[in-house]
Design a protein around this ligand. Structure first.
Ligand code: OMP
Length: 236
C-alpha cells in the first residue's frame, strides 16, 4: 500500500457533479473518498453511486446512532451500495454495535459484495475536555476514548474513529488489526476551523493511523489536487 492510499478525502458538498469532478481529479492521488451526512442528505444513494463509478473506495460516514433494531435496518438499507467503510456511534452501546457488525456481514454476503469495515465514532474531534464536561462526562477525553475503543473491539467492530491524539491510547487496548480511522488532520499552517484535537498528517501516520480523513485542507485549497499531493508527499 502506498502511503497516499491511507488518505480519504471528505467530500462535504451538496452537489453531486462537484463531488464527481473532484473524485476524478483526486483519483490516484489519494486512496478514497468519504461521503457524509451533508452529501448523502442532499444527493442520496444516486449521488453515492455516481461518485462510486469514478472507481475509488468509498467511506460512507452516516454515523448511525439509534436503537439496535433501527441501526441494523439502516445498515441493510445502505449495504447494496457496497461502501468500503461505514460509521456508527460507539455510544449506541455494545448490543447496537454487535447487531451492526453482524448485519453488515450478513447483508454483504447476501448482496455478493465485500463486507465493509464497520467502525465506531468515539469522541468527535470537534470536542475538548470542557465540552465533555458539559455533557456530563467527567473522565478525560483519553480515558473515555480508550473505554469506547475497548468496547467497540469487544463488540465485534472492525475499527474506530478517533483524533490523532488518542491513537496510542486506542492501540494499547485493541489488537493491531483493529482499524484506526483518524480525522482532525491539519497540515502545518492550515486553519483548524471547528476541529479541536488536531495533528499533522505525518504525525498521525507516525502515531499509527490506518486511515486519514481529510476534508477542507484539500477541498477548500485553491488547487485541491496540489494540496492533496503535498499531503501525500509529506507521508512518503
Ligand atoms: O466520522 C468522521 O469521519 C468524523 C469524526 C470525527 O470525530 N470528526 C470528524 O471531523 N469527522 C469527519 O471528518 C471530516 C473532517 O473534515 P475536515 O475538518 O474538513 O478535514 C468531516 O467530514 C467530519 O464529518
Amino acid at each position: 500500500m502506498k502511503p497516499s492510499d491511507r488518505i480519504f478525502c471528505a467530500l462535504d458538498t451538496t452537489d453531486t457533479d462537484q463531488a464527481v469532478a473532484l473524485a476524478r481529479e483526486l483519483k490516484g492521488v489519494v486512496g478514497g473518498m468519504k461521503l457524509g451526512l451533508e452529501f448523502y442528505c442532499a444527493c442520496g444513494a444516486e449521488g453515492f453511486k455516481k461518485v462510486s463509478e469514478v472507481g475509488m473506495p468509498i467511506f460512507l460516514d452516516l454515523k448511525f446512532h439509534d436503537i439496535p433494531n433501527t441501526v441494523a435496518g439502516a445498515i441493510r438499507s445502505v449495504a447494496p451500495l457496497a461502501p468500503r467503510i461505514l460509521t456508527i456511534h460507539t455510544q449506541g452501546g455494545p448490543e447496537m454495535m454487535r447487531r451492526a457488525a453482524e448485519t453488515a456481514k450478513e447483508e454483504a454476503a447476501k448482496n455478493g459484495v465485500p463486507t465493509p469495515w464497520v467502525v465506531g465514532v468515539t469522541i468527535l474531534t470537534s470536542l475538548d475536555q470542557s465540552d465533555l464536561q458539559a455533557i456530563g462526562v467527567s473522565d478525560s477525553v483519553g480515558d473515555q476514548v480508550a473505554r469506547l475503543a475497548s468496547l467497540a473491539a469487544h463488540s465485534g467492530l472492525d475499527g474506530m474513529v478517533c483524533s490523532p491524539k488518542e491513537i496510542s491510547l486506542a492501540r494499547a487496548v485493541t489488537n493491531p488489526s483493529f482499524k484506526l480511522i483518524v480525522p482532525g488532520i491539519r497540515p502545518a499552517g492550515s486553519a483548524a476551523g471547528d476541529q479541536k484535537r488536531v495533528m499533522t498528517p505525518q504525525e498521525a501516520v507516525t502515531n499509527g493511523a490506518d486511515v486519514l480523513v481529510i476534508g477542507r485542507p484539500i477541498t477548500e485549497a485553491s488547487d485541491p489536487v496540489a494540496a492533496a499531493r503535498a499531503i501525500a508527499d509529506s507521508l512518503a
